[in-house]
Design a protein around this ligand. Structure first.
Ligand SMILES: NC(=O)C1=CN([C@@H]2O[C@H](COP(=O)(O)OP(=O)(O)OC[C@H]3O[C@@H](n4cnc5c(N)ncnc54)[C@H](O)[C@@H]3O)[C@@H](O)[C@H]2O)C=CC1
Ligand SMILES: O=C(O)C(=O)[C@H](O)COP(=O)(O)O
Length: 376
């Protein structure tokens, strides 16, 4: 079996090498003719799988993306060719939620906030939005969820509309890129909605760049608007609007989902899918490939913002990503380079925390850290 795999799939060899001959390619530069022998095609978000590409691959039985987003796959074309396909829904939801948590603690320090005074509006209450809601709720931070498609499907949670979201102190976007239809998200934050943001509001985009109109954002900043933005994703990646950089409080190279666990889980989910499709033995558990974390255990004795910030930054400090991005990304090729050479980042669960009492323990575990037994 010929398995063609984008070179950014973490642990592809460990999961797939026993099942066939593995061939690696580079996502942005791959040409359809390179994939002509593929039985199985495994990608991440940087490989576009469209009708033209599929027309060169007569043997294809399965296309899988080890990512949550699927907007780089032409689902119609896959269906009409009768090719099975799959994604890794939820694989990196913890990673993105922790990216946002780190952003909030970083902004709280620079802007002198108490996070408990803030209300966070979460747009998109799927895997990422729900993780974020759970983590913030564990700390007592108020959140609102907006997800009209889920509301229409009868989701039992309280779902608000965009007007309520626009009144929140912090707005965090976690929707897929949807091009058309009643729930289209392209330009969800276009010139009008962006202009409604007041100078003390925060907009976070860690979903897809095209959900926020970057030119409109730049125009508002150039007019002197002072609202805060955190951008992990950009329109037209990798050729992004670098003029925006000086105005963005925290900026990064589409790495919100790039924890070791998130990437490994994505590949492992495709391993499960291919195994099931082709009745192959699925024997390797995810834990078998993950290295032990090198993080020391930490202790906390109070639910106090500065102590919590130390824990969060001990695992992931978004300010380091921001600094690297802003100093390097304007040079040619650096957006992709930063992504490809991203440092190893673990999830909060990799850090064992000793908490002073049961209330604290609940908050810490709710945020995602592992709890260290008092006598160990
Ligand atoms: N920056 C990064 O590294 C990452 C980005 N992403 C992006 O984040 C998106 C969300 O990820 P998940 O939560 O895992 O996906 P998901 O599919 O579990 O959740 C998305 C939610 O958005 C809702 N939604 C769709 N249209 C909406 C609209 N117009 N208004 C409000 N809600 C709407 C859906 O009903 C769904 O509940 C992905 O599609 C992907 O594009 C995901 C992971 C990593
Ligand atoms: O899962 C998604 O959707 C993402 O955006 C990924 O975290 C980023 O995927 P790659 O660009 O690294 O394939």
């Amino acid at each position: 079996m010929q398995i063609y795999c984008e070179d950014s799939l973490l642990y592809a060899r460990e999961f797939f090498a026993d099942w066939g001959q593995l061939h690696f390619f580079s996502g942005r530069t791959v040409t359809p003719s390179q994939l002509k022998d593929a039985d199985i095609l495994l990608v991440r978000s940087t490989t576009r799988v469209d009708a033209e590409m599929l027309s060169h691959c007569p043997n294809l039985k399965y296309v899988g993306t080890a990512t949550a987003g699927t907007n780089h796959l032409d689902i119609q074309a896959l269906k009409s060719r009768g090719i099975a396909y799959g994604s890794a829904a939820g694989c990196n939801a913890i990673a993105v939620a922790e990216y946002v948590v780190s952003a909030l603690f970083a902004l709280a320090q620079t802007q002198g906030w108490q996070l408990l005074d803030k209300q966070v509006g979460i747009v998109g209450a799927g895997h990422v939005g729900s993780q974020l809601h759970n983590k913030l709720s564990a700390l007592g931070i108020r959140t609102l969820l907006c997800d009209p498609p889920l509301a229409a499907q009868g989701d039992k949670r309280t779902i608000v509309d965009m007007d309520a979201i626009m009144a929140c102190d912090i707005i965090s976007l976690h929707v897929p890129l949807v091009e058309q239809g009643p729930y289209s998200t392209r330009g969800l934050f276009g010139p009008q909605r962006l202009a409604q943001l007041s100078d003390n509001q925060v907009l976070i985009n860690a979903c897809r760049g095209e959900v926020v109109d970057n030119q409109a954002l730049l125009a508002l900043y150039r007019q002197g608007r002072k609202f805060t933005t955190v951008l992990d994703v950009w329109e037209n990646e990798p050729d992004i609007l670098t003029d925006l950089l000086p105005y963005v409080a925290l900026a990064s190279a589409h790495i919100a989902g790039h924890t070791l666990e998130g990437k490994a889980r994505g590949t492992w989910m495709l391993y499960q899918q291919v195994g099931e499709l082709l009745s192959l033995p699925v024997e390797l558990p995810l834990e078998a490939v993950l290295p032990d974390p090198e993080l020391a255990a930490m202790t906390i004795d109070e639910v106090e913002q500065a102590q919590l910030a130390k824990l969060v930054f001990g695992v992931y400090d978004i300010r380091q990503d921001d600094q690297l991005f802003k100093t390097q990304v304007s040079q040619p090729g650096q957006f992709e380079y930063i992504r490809k050479h991203y440092a190893i980042r673990r999830e909060f669960a990799a850090l064992q925390v000793s908490a002073g009492n049961s209330v604290l323990k609940k908050a810490i575990c709710g945020l995602g850290f592992a709890s260290k037994a008092a006598n160990s």
